[in-house]
Design a binder for this molecule. Structure first.
Ligand code: ZN
Length: 232
């Protein structure tokens, strides 16, 4: 734990910032997944803020508590402000899996997942942080475009695979597909900005569903030691 927290000196000391940067995957806002500048990339427009999950104003004992601190963007930080997360259910960046709670629509808006374990928790979190995601439509479109390029490539190879009759040719196409699939997995890994949205697109795709089945059907011939899964 950083010294300035142990001494209860500063919650935003340089040592705290360094420790948080090292901890945070890909240095993203834990709520909206916007990419935050790393410590060595800081410029005059620092959009980073240190977030107290349980607001320090309402819960002073939480002010220097390491487990209560997260990197977020200033937008989410100022929207959430002193919202009482102790008495109102709220999606916790570490203890909850955001993918159980959120999904997206094609206009890039974030929505309550229809299988959400706790709808109130969803609504509070969206209202107090991620509502700002609507501002990120440009980014949403870029991600969608990149995803569609992958999907087109996969569909093309899937058709070739389905049309070919020789076992060897079929396997050749499947191997090409597997290569694209592996790139697609990187496209949505934890370090990527808006990984939640990227994974949502992958899960929704019927082409990818069909392809995953084919791959696992030929798992041994493809030299895979275990079935391919979309888990990150
Ligand atoms: Zn944010």
């Amino acid at each position: 734990m950083p010294n300035s927290l142990i001494d209860q000196n500063k919650y935003d000391g340089e040592d705290v910032k360094i420790a948080l940067s090292v901890m945070s995957t890909g240095c993203k806002c834990v709520y909206c997944e916007r990419l935050l500048p790393k410590l060595d990339e800081l410029n005059t427009h620092d959009i980073r803020a240190i977030e107290h999950f349980y607001p320090k104003k309402l819960y002073p004992l939480q002010k220097f508590k390491w487990s209560n601190l997260f990197w977020v963007c200033k937008n989410c930080n100022s929207t959430k402000l002193n919202y009482d997360t102790q008495n109102n259910p709220f999606v916790h960046p570490e203890n909850d899996d955001p993918e159980d709670y959120f999904e997206y629509d094609y206009s890039h808006q974030i929505k309550v997942n229809k299988f959400s374990p706790n709808e109130e928790k969803n609504k509070n979190t969206i209202e107090r942080t991620m509502g700002k995601r609507v501002l990120e439509i440009t980014w949403g479109s870029v991600i969608l475009f990149q995803f569609q390029m992958f999907e087109i490539d996969l569909e093309k190879n899937l058709k070739k695979y389905e049309r070919s009759t020789k076992q060897n040719t079929k396997l050749k196409y499947l191997k090409q597909i597997l290569g694209v699939i592996q790139d697609l997995k990187i496209f949505a890994n934890d370090e990527k900005e808006y990984a939640g949205r990227r994974r949502f697109l992958i899960r929704q795709s019927l082409v990818i569903k069909a392809i995953t089945q084919e791959i696992n059907h030929h798992q041994t011939e493809l030299g895979l030691s275990e079935p391919f899964t979309w888990v990150w």
